[in-house]
Design a protein around this ligand. Structure first.
Ligand code: ATP
Ligand code: MG
Ligand code: FE
Length: 340
């Protein structure tokens, strides 16, 4: 079954074709980041308009790369939420119309389920991590620990009470004068920082529970930055101290979640999953426990069409699809999803 995947929940237009037999056939991404940089953040109306401009050319490109005609598609998957309503409607409307014209099923995909399943896209089906496992979802809008008992069987173990980890990276970068979007830039600076120059607290690790809080860290960084000589070295030192605090905090809670859920497999997804210190730290933890940790390739940690094509294909294989109406769900709790 060849499934077209369409991602338009925020500022990335992502398109891919996943074949349930042959795996990922092609994928393409257009990032609007340069357009939004001028405003220091995503402008929803501009995002929608740019998805309208870019989506069909990307579909054309991906089908060409896969060596397919549009009539070869057996289904169309699209991100239906959570995300920006106007941006979601561009993908949903286009996907629904395509599926209607081709007389194939359309399937609505939850964006975070797409992220969560992205690590499973990497392996050949025989090597895929099998539920039950614990998933750490660390993106620009979410920081969640989820007990995954099967596809669509998700139990929230803990989540952030304020900023998401990616958001903390972005805000911290901004307050030290790094250009938008700052998270990856801050992470790139951190290895130039000196070990031990700054040590920030590991929030909420000294009490039981699996929730997170990252907004206080930002304030600590601001104070440190204001009291520093604001040199490039100080910025790198603080970036390193900040990154270590976030990564240690995530690792401590992941290990606690694995213990609580009685699992030895951890699956990590979302943009912060591209962070090299996090990948190394969680890899170390998994080895020490004799368990396993799975990540998507860095390019599939952030938003992409491949994860939507893949998640959609699994749901289509389970016989799930939408009716003829165009439906988006800007706020959508993953625990309400049906099992596949
Ligand atoms: P959500 O998926 O919650 O709706 P989103 O789609 O905006 O949010 P993603 O695209 O998954 O989020 O990830 C983007 C986030 O990942 C940004 O906050 C960015 O700063 C962060 N990020 C990307 N690369 C890195 C990195 N190497 N280190 C730390 N953070 C990173
Ligand atoms: Mg983005
Ligand atoms: Fe995302």
């Amino acid at each position: 079954m060849k499934v077209l995947g369409i991602e338009t929940s925020c500022d990335e237009t992502g398109v891919a074709v996943y074949d349930t037999g042959a795996g990922l056939l092609a994928h393409a991404l257009y990032s609007q980041v340069a357009m939004h940089a001028e405003y220091g953040g995503v402008v929803p109306e501009l995002a929608s308009r740019d998805h309208v401009r870019k989506l069909l050319p990307l579909v054309h490109e991906v089908l060409g790369d896969a060596g397919l005609q549009v009539a070869d598609l057996d289904g169309v998957a699209y991100t239906a939420g959570p995300g920006l309503v106007g941006a979601l409607l561009v993908g949903a409307g286009t996907a629904r119309a395509l599926a209607w014209a081709l007389d194939v099923p359309a399937v609505a995909v939850h964006h975070m389920e797409g992220h969560l399943l992205a690590p499973l896209l990497e392996d050949d089906p025989a090597g895929r991590p099998e539920p039950p496992f614990v998933a750490l979802l660390v993106s620009g809008g979410h920081t969640q620990l989820v007990h995954v008992e099967g596809i669509g069987r998700y139990r929230l173990l803990g989540e952030t009470l304020d900023d998401a980890a990616g958001e903390a990276f972005d805000k911290t970068a901004k307050l030290m004068g790094l250009p938008y979007p700052g998270g990856p830039r801050l992470a790139a600076l951190a290895p130039q920082g000196r070990e031990g120059a700054y040590r920030f607290p590991r929030p909420m690790t000294n009490r039981p529970g699996l929730d997170f809080s990252f907004s206080g860290l930002k304030t600590q960084v601001l104070t440190a930055w204001q009291e520093s000589d604001r040199s490039d070295q100080a910025r790198a030192d603080i970036a390193r101290g900040f990154e270590e605090a976030v990564v240690d905090t995530l690792a401590i809670k992941c290990e606690r979640a694995l213990d609580e859920a009685g699992c030895d497999t951890l699956v990590v997804a979302g943009g912060v999953g591209a962070n090299e210190r996090l990948r190394a730290k969680l890899g170390e933890m998994a080895r020490r426990r004799g368990g396993r940790v799975a990540f998507p390739r860095p390019a599939f940690c952030t938003d992409n069409g491949a994860m939507i094509a893949f998640a959609g294909a699994l749901r289509l294989q389970a016989g799930q699809h939408e009716g003829p109406e165009v439906r988006v769900t800007p706020r959508w709790d993953m625990e309400t999803l049906p099992a596949a």
